[in-house]
Design a protein around this ligand. Structure first.
Ligand SMILES: Cc1cc2nc3c(=O)[nH]c(=O)nc-3n(C[C@H](O)[C@H](O)[C@H](O)COP(=O)(O)OP(=O)(O)OC[C@H]3O[C@@H](n4cnc5c(N)ncnc54)[C@H](O)[C@@H]3O)c2cc1C
Length: 422
């Protein structure tokens, strides 16, 4: 079904039903969903290879549910580590351990948070696409798009400069934060960038209980360890502390995205945990900035947005990749029914109506959580260092608190009851 990306300069290819721009987890899921319904789709990506880093690592119960119909949920579970326990470490060595996903998830076949590196998730999706005869057309960069009213044209280019003319009934931008499709559609992406720098490392750690998530609430913010299998036993994530620029250089708070060294990680872990943890064999470490931005609409004419192209936020609570995958599943079946003539084209408007409020909620929820756990304002710092260490263990012991928390994080509470399409 896929057309090779090696078409000659300016060569025109047949009209396809859907062009998916971007082969991250969102685009791959969308292409798989379209293929499942027999839609003629193509999926292109600028990169020459799939992601090899672990990146997003948590797969929520609701995501496994929606991937069940694609026949890959069990393969993801087989490759990943189901996690059901949370350890909250307080300064002074006290630890509260609590089950996760034990309450409020009785209506799912997947009552756990699955840890699996994004590289593995993408590999499973690529295999699924291959079984439908679809290959990602790599080294194919989409630059400009023209929505003609009844179809869209674009001229993707490869690194040698060769182009092809592609025509598609619909184009979906799953092309990440710097989305070309979003720009071409003239869709706003309001928000901002957090001043903090995140640090992330995949490594081995000696001294941690192996079966859960470990949260340390330090004076300058949280430090977390998540269990992984591949490419390393643990993922460490924290925020690099601020440094104050010397007087005369603005005296402003700022952080830099410099290289991450083993010494820096060890020092941060020692300061936050006060425990004799030993970090070993890091296979990947990186520092990065995070923004919070939301597209003003997920659709303009025949152009749609999904995943990071539509919403970005801090990687708290394993929401980002999950939200993108669920966007893709929601849009995929609607495009299929409309293209088949089994539903009116207005059905496509329900995509924005249903999924944009979900994106807005995730942005609000992650922004508030992040502000409380990192703010330097004295009131919020007091909440973090004095109140939270006392209240969090109580909340985790409370059945009601656990139910609300895990129902929200697992995304099982998402409903489209007020949508005109339901
Ligand atoms: C270092 C790092 C750590 C992260 N950690 C977490 C985490 O712990 N938890 C979490 O939930 N999320 C995390 N994320 C975010 C998560 O990786 C993203 O939410 C997820 O990848 C979004 O998937 P996507 O398919 O929407 O976009 P992407 O994965 O960004 O994929 C977009 C694709 O589009 C392609 N593309 C872009 N422009 C074009 C174009 N013009 N033409 C053709 N192709 C194009 C790109 O090559 C890319 O392959 C992390 C991200 C990074 C970078």
């Amino acid at each position: 079904m896929a057309t090779p990306a090696s078409a000659g300069a300016g060569e025109e290819t047949a009209l396809c039903d859907v062009l998916v721009v971007g082969a991250g987890p969102t685009g791959l899921t969308l292409a798989a969903q379209l293929a499942r319904f027999g839609v003629r789709c193509r999926i292109v990506d600028s990169s020459t290879d799939r992601a090899r880093e672990s990146r997003a690592l948590g797969i929520q119960p609701r995501t496994l549910e929606v991937l069940l119909a694609l026949g890959i949920a069990d393969e993801l579970v087989r490759r990943g580590s189901p996690n059901t326990r949370l350890y909250v470490h307080r300064r002074g060595g006290r630890v509260t351990s609590s089950p996760m996903f034990d309450i409020g998830v009785g209506d799912t076949a997947y009552p756990f948070l699955l840890f699996l590196a994004q590289s593995e998730t993408e590999a499973v999706l690529i295999d699924r696409l291959a079984s439908d005869g679809i290959t990602v057309e790599r080294n194919t960069h989409v630059q400009e798009l023209d929505d003609n009213g009844d179809h869209v044209t674009c001229t993707p280019r490869n690194r040698d400069g060769a182009t092809q003319l592609v025509r598609a009934r619909y184009v979906v931008g799953c092309d990440g934060v710097h989305s070309t499709v979003r720009s071409a559609a003239g869709i706003g992406f309001a928000g901002g960038r957090y001043p903090q720098t995140f640090l992330l490392a995949d490594l081995a750690v000696a001294g941690l209980e192996p079966d859960g998530i470990h949260v340390y609430i330090g004076p300058s913010g949280p430090l977390l360890f998540f269990p992984l299998k591949v490419p390393a036993p643990w993922r460490l994530i924290t925020v690099r502390p601020f440094w104050t620029a010397p007087a005369g250089e603005g005296g402003q708070l700022t952080t830099a995205v410099g290289p991450v060294t083993g010494t820096e990680l060890s020092d941060l872990v020692a300061a936050a945990t006060n425990e004799p943890l030993q970090l070993r064999e890091p296979v990947w470490a990186t520092a990065f900035h995070v923004s919070h931005r939301h597209a003003s609409t997920y659709r303009r004419g025949r152009l749609f947005l999904a995943g990071d192209a539509a919403h970005i936020h801090i990687p708290a609570g394993a929401q980002g990749m999950n939200t993108g995958i669920q966007d893709a599943v929601n849009l995929g079946w609607k495009l299929a029914l409309v293209l088949r003539g089994s539903a009116p084209s207005q059905l496509l408007d329900s995509y924005d109506a249903e999924r944009r409020p979900v994106g807005a909620f995730v942005l609000r929820f992650t922004d508030r959580a992040f502000t409380v756990v990192t703010s330097d304002r004295s009131f919020l710092r007091a909440i973090r260092t004095v109140v939270a260490p006392r209240v969090l263990p109580l909340l985790l012991r409370s059945r009601v608190g656990r139910r609300v928390a895990f129902r929200t994080v697992s995304q099982l509470g998402i409903t489209y009851a007020s949508s005109f399409a339901s």
